[in-house]
Design a protein around this ligand. Structure first.
Ligand code: ADP
Ligand code: MG
Length: 247
């Protein structure tokens, strides 16, 4: 992480209410280019709500969201995807009746080509296959998505997120429900995003995975940020231990 760089994403004083309930109370979040940021907190502390506010799935009631210094607070989700934000995992919804490669091509057609690198003259099929290969699904490229196992579906989900050519990948509980070996496999793939220059914001309950992944760790408790910094410092912070790790 290089904090002398300008932030990729800067969310400031985010407020989100559901009726009379304040789910997020003046939360700040910054993520730098290529950084791996972990986000933890008890169930219901507002983690998914916060990333939904960043991806545009939820409208905020206060605060602002900037991407590369530009205010995107009013941008719709699809426009944020085009701008480089890809949210993934908590609602994995590939088109079940399509094959793996068709699922990838849908996303490339929707978003990927708009931000493809100059000089990349590969066809959409070639791009799709290279992404499928990078997540280790080559042997399933032509399989119907409904036939995939849990771990294969996570790989497909990751491949779909990458097909949008993102600068920020948001992984909300990408490892939930996987076995130990599968956790390692998916975590490896997510950690590999850094080599591609992609920032990752990961929400995760498995603490060993969180600690392995995070270059910086942020903690939400009841809609407020209680810690943000070096992961070791954060998990030894008494307020964090009391509110979260000791539950
Ligand atoms: P986390 O991801 O940290 O488990 P969430 O962000 O999903 O927590 O939820 C934070 C709080 O906001 C919870 O109390 C939850 O019940 C509430 N909440 C989340 N989404 C909605 C919604 N669409 N309508 C009403 N309340 C919601
Ligand atoms: Mg959640």
């Amino acid at each position: 992480m290089d904090q002398s760089q300008k932030p990729l994403v800067q969310a400031s004083a985010i407020v989100k209410k559901f009726g009379g309930f304040t789910a997020l109370n003046q939360v700040d979040l910054v993520i730098y280019p290529g950084e791996r940021l972990g986000l933890i907190g008890p169930n219901g502390s507002g983690k998914s709500t916060l990333v939904n506010c960043i991806s545009g799935m939820l409208k905020i009631d206060g605060g602002s969201v900037q991407l590369r210094g530009e205010d995107i607070t009013q941008l719709a989700t699809h426009a944020r995807v085009h701008a480089g934000i890809a949210r993934s995992f908590q609602i994995p919804k590939p088109f079940k009746s399509m094959t793996v490669i068709e699922n990838i091509q849908v996303v490339i057609n929707f978003a990927g080509h708009l931000r493809s690198e100059a000089g990349d003259h590969r066809t959409h099929e070639e791009k799709a296959l290279s992404i499928i290969q990078s997540v280790g699904l080559m042997n399933k490229a032509d399989a119907i998505s409904s036939s995939l196992t849990q771990v294969e579906l996570r790989k497909l989900e990751l491949a779909r997120a990458m097909s949008a050519n993102p600068q920020l990948l948001i992984a909300d509980e990408a490892l939930a429900g996987l076995s130990g070996a599968e956790v390692d496999e998916i975590l490896e793939l997510i950690m590999g995003m850094k080599a591609k220059g992609i920032s990752v914001l990961m929400i995760e309950h498995i603490m060993s995975a969180v600690m392995r992944f995070s270059e910086r760790l942020m903690v939400l408790v009841a809609g407020s940020k209680v810690a943000d910094g070096d992961p070791q410092d954060v998990i030894s912070n008494p307020e964090v231990i009391k509110a979260y790790l000791g539950e």
